[in-house]
Design a binder for this molecule. Structure first.
Ligand code: PLP
Length: 455
């Protein structure tokens, strides 16, 4: 008990120091893998060390190698911070140490999961009867939704994957936008579906409804899955859902929407139009660890027909205690898992409906401010229509843009990632952190100006 308490006290102090330091430490890490490894020492000790001391050793050695990802000036990839309510609840998750696969084993988590699922579906404007699986992230949410879809379209074609596997069955066609996220391909690979057929997109990366229609018509009645996107990682753009989903359903296809960060547009009346019509799909992916600012790892796999996901993911072991409601483990790939619904509940309970809406609006407002600030820099060109939280810019040639990215990292005020979009080198800004302030945006734009000035 005493060791527990002392170790947690140390961890608490270290965590508070870390969070307090985010305002002034450089955003990029200041030590390499090798330097951190050297500070830790690679020898496995023969004898034990007290838990509080281990916490101190770890925190001390790792600190310089940490990236200030929860900082309000981290704009790389699509990375949320940690809302205080979610972070604190996440500590309890570890202390409580509940294995949350079965209702009767962990009633507290199941109650929270049920309530949270209802809140999520409400906020996202999705049908209340959908199954919500709490998975590790959008990759596994894509995997889960697409597994349900694969099995459902094959079942309609008279083929039971659970019984026969894929070998010898009908081939499943998978149509995806040419600019889908790479994890869609990864999920398809896990599912044994191979490479999907890309559908042409417009200059913002949105699927062209006519191209999808043509691709569907070119089919000969094969079982088909269509993957659409809410929130392109470069442009932030959303596929045109009403016409694409209607066309897919007219061909009896399963429609999955990857909205790892974009699904949250639904929570704001100002941005809800971006997801118009998307509630007609069959499954959806989103992350809680991006826009919702829950600590890693937290993704949500949403499937319209609970029976479809249960058919793909459900498991029945003789030694498990099954509940008539269906089990949490029927909605996700894993059996053992941590209490992921607790921190999601905490952030939603803390923000309330209006707070979630404000969060989405604020992220978008900062993205617009970035676009305006970049527009005012003569050398910079914003190359996407900034409709949501993503901003992409070029600075003349690819070489000059790469140089700006390099200098920004060296400067350390902010983290923005370099990327390639539509064949050009770009600087990519993703506003995903609840704590980003107007001042963070202003300081980050100053850093861009400094990087450009020296070119
Ligand atoms: C981030 C992202 C993913 C992958 O999410 P993880 O949580 O990292 O697994 C998938 N799709 C889109 C659109 C994303 O932005």
């Amino acid at each position: 008990m005493e060791q527990d308490s002392a170790a947690l006290d140390r961890a608490h102090q270290r965590a508070v120091d870390w969070l307090a330091g985010l305002g002034h430490r450089p955003v990029p890490p200041q030590a390499s893998v090798e330097e951190v490894a050297a500070a830790l020492g690679s020898e496995l000790p023969e004898t034990g060390t007290d838990a509080p001391e281990v916490v101190d050793l770890l925190a001390e050695a790792c600190d310089p190698g940490l990236t200030a990802m929860p900082s309000g000036r981290f704009f790389g990839f699509v990375i949320g911070g940690t809302h205080p309510a979610a972070l604190a609840a996440d500590w309890l998750v570890s202390a409580w140490d509940q294995n949350c696969g079965l209702r009767r084993l962990t009633p507290a988590h199941s109650a929270v999961e049920d309530i949270t699922s209802g809140w999520l579906l409400d906020l996202l404007g999705l049908p209340p009867q959908c199954a919500v699986g709490f998975v590790t992230g959008a990759t596994m949410a894509n995997f889960t939704g697409l597994a349900a879809g694969r099995d459902a379209v094959l079942r309609r074609a008279g083929w039971d994957v659970a019984e026969h596997g894929l070998t010898g069955g009908p081939r499943v066609r998978v149509l995806v936008g040419a600019e889908r996220h790479d994890t869609v391909d990864l999920a398809l690979r896990y599912l044994g579906l191979g490479l999907p057929e890309p559908v042409a997109v417009d200059d913002q990366g949105r699927v062209l409804a006519d191209a999808l229609q043509d691709a569907l018509e070119a089919g000969t009645g094969e079982p088909t899955v269509v993957v659409l996107q809410a929130g392109n990682v470069h442009s932030g753009a959303f596929d045109p859902f009403p016409e694409t989903i209607a066309a897919a359903h007219a061909h009896d296809a399963w429609v999955h929407v990857d909205g790892a960060f974009g699904l949250w547009a639904a929570a704001s009346p100002s941005y809800r139009h971006l997801v118009d019509g998307y509630a007609a799909a069959d499954s959806w992916t989103t992350d809680a660890h991006k826009t919702l600012n829950v600590p890693y790892d937290s993704g949500l796999a949403i499937v319209r027909e609970p029976a479809a996901v249960r058919a793909a993911m459900g498991m029945h072991g003789a030694y498990l205690i099954h509940d008539d409601h269906g089990e949490p483990l029927d909605k996700v790939p894993e059996i053992s898992r941590r209490g992921r619904a607790f921190p999601v509940w905490a952030v939603l309970r803390s923000l309330g409906r209006s707070g979630v809406c404000d969060l989405v609006d604020r992220l978008c407002r900062h993205a617009t401010a970035f676009a305006e600030g970049l527009d005012a820099i003569a050398e910079a060109t914003v190359v996407n229509d900034v409709v949501f939280t993503q901003v992409c810019a070029t600075f003349g040639s690819d070489e000059r843009t790469q140089e700006v990215v390099r200098r920004l990292l060296e400067d350390g005020t902010a983290w923005m990632t370099g990327s390639t979009w539509r064949g050009r080198g770009i600087l990519r800004i993703s506003v995903s952190n609840w704590s980003t302030t107007d001042d963070d945006v202003a300081r980050s734009l100053d850093a861009v100006r400094r990087a450009v000035a020296g070119l």
